[in-house]
Design a protein. Structure first.
Ligand code: IMP
Length: 194
């Protein structure tokens, strides 16, 4: 089965392709739709509403079933920030500045619990469905590792004690990540009839 994946993030698309390998689901990213050049709206206050907003938009524009995800990092000591604003947390809105700002805000802070969350939404002729995955961990005191993207260098997942997310292989990350846990539900979401 073929679905559009509403993303232009090549790294994310690569992770999801690996997560879905062998599932029989093929994803086409927005790069396959050069006419769809506009920014896709994602201004809702929650991850699942944002994922639904993106998937609905792409389904309406293309007429093809679409899966979208919305993800981000919630830090308990910052009352859930950066949350849905994870991509544009710092004024520069890039990973090194976002990470530096987060480390700065947590300087001297012992409570460093955090989690990545990923909501997925499927929208097509059969309706709308959502699912979510989470990955619990701690914010490190300095960046480490070269893998992954975004906040991976400063996130210490509880499933791999002593290692940052950016120090994991893609397979190791996908096994425990918020995105892996969300997208592994996609085959059953597509089969669900309600
Ligand atoms: P998006 O809404 O899924 O594009 O994610 C928003 C932002 O959350 C990204 O730009 C990253 O800053 C952060 N993020 C989401 N997933 C990950 C991840 O797997 N690792 C690190 N950062 C992530």
């Amino acid at each position: 089965m073929e679905l559009i994946f509403a993303t232009r993030n090549a790294h994310k698309a690569e992770e999801v392709a690996q997560i879905l390998a062998g599932s029989g689901i093929q994803l086409l990213t927005l790069d396959a739709f050069p006419d769809l050049t506009e920014e896709i709206p994602e201004d809702a206050p929650t991850f699942d509403e944002n994922a639904l907003q993106k998937a609905r938009y792409v389904y309406q524009r293309t007429g093809l079933p679409c899966v979208a995800d919305d993800s981000g990092l919630e830090v308990d000591a910052l009352r859930g920030a950066p949350g849905v604003h994870s991509k544009r947390f710092s004024p520069e809105a890039d990973a090194p500045h976002n990470n530096a700002l987060l480390l700065h805000l947590l300087e001297g802070q012992e409570e460093r619990a955090a989690r990545f969350r990923c909501a997925i939404a499927v929208v097509g002729p059969e309706g709308e469905r959502t699912a979510e995955g989470r990955c619990e961990g701690q914010i490190a005191t300095a960046p480490r590792g070269e893998g992954g993207f975004g906040y991976d260098p400063i996130f210490l997942p509880e499933d791999y004690p002593g290692r940052a997310m950016a120090e994991l292989s893609m397979g190791e990350k996908n096994a425990i990540s918020h995105r892996g846990r969300a997208f592994r539900q996609l085959p059953s979401l597509l089969k669900r009839r309600d």
